[in-house]
Design a protein around this ligand. Sequence first.
Ligand code: ARG
Length: 468
Amino acid sequence: MSDAPDTNSQANTMWGGRFAAGPDAIMEAINASIGYDQRLAPQDIEGSRAHAAMLARQGILTDKDAEVIREGLLTVLSEIEAGSFNFSTALEDIHMNVEARLKEIVGEPAGRLHTARSRNDQVATDFRLWVRDQCDAVMEGLLALQNALLDQAEAGADWVMPGFTHLQTAQPVTWGHHMMAYVEMFGRDRSRFAGARARMNESPLGAAALAGTSFPIDREATAAALGFDRPMANSLDAVSDRDFALEFLSSATICAMHLSRMAEELVIWSSAQFRFVSLSDRFSTGSSIMPQKKNPDAAELIRAKIGRILGANVALLTVMKGLPLAYSKDMQEDKEQVFDAADNLMLALAAMTGMVGDMTANRESLEAAASSGFSTATDLADWLVRELNMPFRDAHHVTGTLVGMAEAKQCDLPDLSLEDMQSVHAEITDAVYGVLGVHNSVASRTSYGGTAPVQVLAQIERWREQLS
Ligand code: ARG
């Protein structure tokens, strides 16, 4: 049995049996997700093909029907890929659009595909597959960015620049060290996506509407066919949760936050006041009125992307909060948020990778800035502790007095004469000048994870090995 003609041609052919009339136009508009969930077509068809093959192996479908269905689904996919598929809002979503077209192509067997399945486990499966692919894509994007940063770090492993706290000159650091800080951050981002991916890699398919099914299905088989590690162990959980999407979004939010901070540094560094880096023409724009301008638009947009990505994270959490088990239509609101966040994160990663690869660090400006602002004051205090056995608090005070003196004379610490120094503390010798230069300063910070070029080069090597 099947294909009983609709008594009312307006009622939905997929579920309209008990309906006398079709939906109001506004109902159709609020209900339909086909406008965006058509992006799930490849996953939907992959899931249906796996389901059909399993049904045949279990004797629930004939081999012939399963073969016809599986072939027909490939035809549907090729039509979608070719752009010739006619998506219908009346058919609500990708699942029903695909099935309706399948029926047009293969006829009666199409109606058997939905045996032992529901759109609830179908959409949960499709979306998991989609988000899983995005995790892989983001991880690859992060890897490319890390490699671009490693190249920058290696090129300037021993170039000195000011390190900041409160955006005030603090201590000299190396360019390589600064680049490697981001390599670490993006490395943790990558492992967050890897962790989310591992947790989400279980198959909801076969949970059916919410309670499982009385048909003798093989969930292990469909899970394996779709590359999942195993079927999800609870059918209610399988159709109810979207925590996998939320983990993707929260990992994306943290990653976007890192990108935003780096973008902000590039905006500052490329300004005329800093001149630490110049961005390539390929990643800058001009002004239509001020001919001299070269604007870091890409960096600014990357800085801003966190807004919509965090917005998506908050939006989906808010949708999910307070929903009773199992499926509610609220959950249809999951997709646009995740699609938008994923698209924009990928774009931001690609733009940042391109920008980092193309940018030129200005070694002279970096070094000049590193040498100003009394950046080696801590080295002076440390010298007093080490060489004169002074308690650090006293050394801090003596150094502060010397900084005040240099400030009054409008010179830097190394420009103070030995007499000036000795007027503050008599035991200072001219050996002190050895620690006041920025190169000596960075070279001395050899503690594990410190800014000394030897440490930086060791970290670069470790990461190169890890990423190869
Ligand atoms: N388009 C729906 C969604 O995205 C598919 C699941 C519909 N299930 C249902 N029982 N109406 O969530």
